[in-house]
Design a binder for this molecule. Sequence first.
Ligand SMILES: Cc1cc2nc3c(=O)[nH]c(=O)nc-3n(C[C@H](O)[C@H](O)[C@H](O)COP(=O)(O)OP(=O)(O)OC[C@H]3O[C@@H](n4cnc5c(N)ncnc54)[C@H](O)[C@@H]3O)c2cc1C
Length: 84
Amino acid sequence: MNDCIAARGKLKNIAIEAKRNGLGGVEFLEGIPGSVGGALRMNAGAMGGATFNVIESVRFMDHTGKIQDAAAPACRWNIAAVRS
Ligand SMILES: Cc1cc2nc3c(=O)[nH]c(=O)nc-3n(C[C@H](O)[C@H](O)[C@H](O)COP(=O)(O)OP(=O)(O)OC[C@H]3O[C@@H](n4cnc5c(N)ncnc54)[C@H](O)[C@@H]3O)c2cc1C
C-alpha cells in the first residue's frame, strides 16, 4: 500500500478501504478501535502486525507550527523517547 492517509481516519475504515482496493498488509487494523493519529502515537498493533511496519513516512505539524515530513524510522525513535 502506498497511499496518504489522514490522521482522523478510523482504523477499521482503513482496513475496509484497503481490502476494497485490493491492497493488503493492514488487515490487523480492522479490530483496533481508534484513529490513524492515535495508532501512530501508540504504534498500535494486533495479530502480529504493527502500525510502523506499514508506515513509510509521516507528515506532521511541529511545535512551532511548521509542517514537516519524517521517515517512519525517525518517528519511531521519537515515540520511544516520549515513552521513556
Ligand atoms: C476494546 C479495545 C481494544 C483495543 N485493542 C487494541 C489492540 O488490539 N491493539 C492496540 O494496539 N491497541 C488496542 N487498543 C488501544 C487503542 O484503541 C489503540 O491504542 C488506538 O491506536 C488508540 O487510538 P485513538 O485514536 O483512540 O487514540 P487516543 O486514545 O485518543 O490517543 C492516543 C494518543 O495518541 C495521541 N493522538 C491521537 N490522535 C492524534 C493526532 N491526530 N495527532 C497527534 N497525536 C494524536 C493522543 O494525544 C494520545 O497521546 C484497544 C482499546 C480498546 C478500548
